[in-house]
Design a protein around this ligand. Structure first.
Ligand SMILES: NC(=O)c1ccc[n+]([C@@H]2O[C@H](COP(=O)([O-])OP(=O)(O)OC[C@H]3O[C@@H](n4cnc5c(N)ncnc54)[C@H](O)[C@@H]3O)[C@@H](O)[C@H]2O)c1
Length: 359
């Protein structure tokens, strides 16, 4: 019997050809993983993190995370189809994702890079090994995009972004995809050049909004219906009085909002409260841990709202804080979408793991 094992290798350019920059597709993949999470059809151990000090050193020295997960779908195949959420996944994978904060300034390289492995569901041999850097950035945007679809006022007109780098760009793509009524996007970055590059990039991608560079975070927040903070800030700077009534604030970075500001919100939604507590960095967890807000203020996981088990927004005046830590199931769901597209389109290279196992 032939014992050769091959996997499909997808470099980032292959991922792009296979639809890696198609935010509509990424949103479907990420909503699928939220839905299956809400249905309990997943396995996702707490992520191991290598870091060289306390949580704050993630913003200075960096970190290396491993994010294994399994996603099902068979039992909910009909609902996935009804909701146009691609279909079942029924396999496992892992994202290996280092973050090195000095990379952009020192080497003109992205802060984060990632590699994803998807296994064959029968043999558990690798079926696909791919760049995960693009998947990771797109799925983080899409998590906020899905949050915006379920939690923002559907007639929102103005959004604000603080932090105009990789994540700021995908936040913008996805939030606009989630709330089509948005017309204006205000951008603030401490590095004015980054704001300029942001505007160039989002226009190049073809996002249809008026973009306005502002010179303070306060101006990005003031009057915004949807906010996203995606920075490498080391100190909190957000003031609760900046929030408009009815705002949705998606905080994907960690130190922008002080715990006390969470008292301004009607409720908090996370992606997975167990993972948020396990990582111990998100402001929503620090606010609960330090008794600044009661744990009941955390309404639950977005997947529970997507699956209809918990209510989302009930009143257009509610202020809602979405605080995801980032889930391996999102990476797996999006990577699986790209992998399936690549197989269908004949993209990528087959590489052998071995011709014949030595032992
Ligand atoms: N929660 C999640 O799921 C998730 C997933 C991926 C990334 N992230 C986080 O997203 C953040 C951004 O990632 P990135 O890859 O875009 O990082 P990056 O290093 O490429 O860019 C960070 C940007 O923030 C700007 N910035 C730093 N401090 C600022 C401040 N106080 N005010 C305004 N702008 C400021 C920088 O000038 C830079 O343009 C990181 O904190 C990262 O850990 C979160």
């Amino acid at each position: 019997m032939d014992r050769k094992v091959e996997f499909l290798y997808l470099q980032q350019e292959d991922c792009v050809k296979a639809g890696g920059l198609d935010m509509t597709g990424t949103m479907k993949a990420v909503e699928r993983s939220f839905f299956l999470h809400g249905k309990g059809d997943y396995i996702q151990p707490g992520k191991p993190v290598i870091r060289w000090g306390g949580p704050e050193t993630e913003e200075t020295i960096g970190r290396i995370m491993s994010m294994p997960s399994f996603l099902g779908g068979s039992e909910n195949a009909d609902i996935l189809k009804e909701r146009d959420l691609i279909g079942p996944v029924n396999t496992s994978g892992i994202k290996f994702v280092p973050s090195r904060p000095h990379n952009p300034a020192k080497y003109n390289l992205p802060r984060a890079n990632a590699v994803i492995i998807i296994v064959d569901p029968d043999t558990f041999m690798p079926a696909c090994i791919m760049d995960g850097t693009l998947v990771s950035a797109m799925r983080t945007g899409a998590a906020s995009g899905v949050a915006a679809r379920y939690l923002a006022n559907s007639d929102s007109r103005i959004m604000g972004i603080v932090g105009g780098s990789v994540q700021g760009i995908t936040q913008t793509m996805a939030i606009k995809e989630g709330v089509q009524s948005l017309e204006v996007c205000k951008i603030f970055d401490v590095n004015a050049e980054a704001s300029g590059r942001f505007v160039e990039k989002v226009k190049d991608i073809g996002i249809e909004m008026d973009f306005e560079i502002v010179d303070s975070a306060e101006k990005a927040f003031t009057g915004s219906d949807v906010m996203s903070t995606a920075t490498m800030a080391k100190e909190p700077y957000v003031k609760p009085e900046w929030y408009k009534q009815g705002v949705l604030h998606c905080e994907i970075s960690f130190w922008d909002t002080p715990p006390e500001a969470l008292t301004a919100f009607d409720f908090v939604v996370v992606d997975d409260w167990y993972q948020v507590k396990h990582h111990g960095v998100d402001v929503s967890w620090r606010a609960v841990r330090d008794g600044v807000i009661p744990e009941e203020k955390v309404r639950g996981n977005l997947g529970e709202i997507v699956a209809g088990a918990k209510p989302g927004r009930r009143d257009r005046k509610e202020k809602i804080f979405f605080n995801p830590i980032g889930l391996g199931i999102h990476d797996l769901s999006e990577a699986h979408r790209i992998y399936q597209n690549a197989v269908r389109m004949g993209i990528g290279r087959k590489l052998p793991l071995w011709e014949n196992p030595a032992l």
